[in-house]
Design a protein around this ligand. Sequence first.
Ligand code: XBP
Ligand code: MG
Length: 266
Amino acid sequence: MHGSPQSFPGDLRAVIFDVDGTLVDSERDGHRVAFNRAFEEAELPDRWDVELYGKLLEITGGERRLNSYLEQQSVPAAEREQLARRLHARKTEIFTEMASHGEITPRAGVRELLDELGDAGVRLAVATTGSSVWVNPMLDRLFGPGRFEAVVTSEEAPIRKPDPSAYRIALERLAIAPRAAVAVEDSRNGLRAAKSAGLACVVVVNDYTREHDLGEADLVLDGFGDSDATSRILADPHSLDPPGRLDLETLSRMTGRAARDPLGEE
Ligand code: XBP
Ligand code: MG
């Protein structure tokens, strides 16, 4: 059962969102396509199909992902680093262009959730391993300029998730304690980053992350939920019982429950 707003045990001041796979559907038909175009333009035979890219996503950060892949292909170290840098720079240009043409779209229900949080005075922030050159214009385009009070990208947090630095910097910028915020993620690496920073974390899975080990999550949903489709609950260790969508009330209750009950035992 849901409590009335007055009964919220938590003290939700801010929600910190991941970008890739969380706010936007950007991996399979976005970054992956851009990486492949960069390979093609460089006249390399490599192509990342949907399945292989799922495995490569375990390495966060596009340049690191390329480096790791080229290492698997036995490309010598000196050549590898240079090639990864060059390919990543071109991939970034291609992806930035795709985003500026509207090829990258928000996940269903995200806009509604941001509106609900914003109307209630909850502060909004972003913690991503992506690069600022595409993250900032894309967020402005999709969600309105200045929608997020703090946007932490790989430039400020060069050690990528699962390292907690992106979340720690976001909390510092918001000047709030971890217990006053909730992280919204899509993957195990993101979940580990958020939990290591001391945040409660809801994971909204997608096709690439459905099978991840998400045992530490405070709530796992298969979508944000909106007027067209309700979200299914995949794990709810604190019995938050969201109403078919991720909403303000559930997030508010999460700060109280997860802070009071970190092991998920009621
Ligand atoms: C996503 C990433 C990003 C993108 C590529 O992880 O790892 O690196 O795949 O972006 P998360 P860049 O959702 O946890 O932030 O090429 O700009 O690195
Ligand atoms: Mg992600």
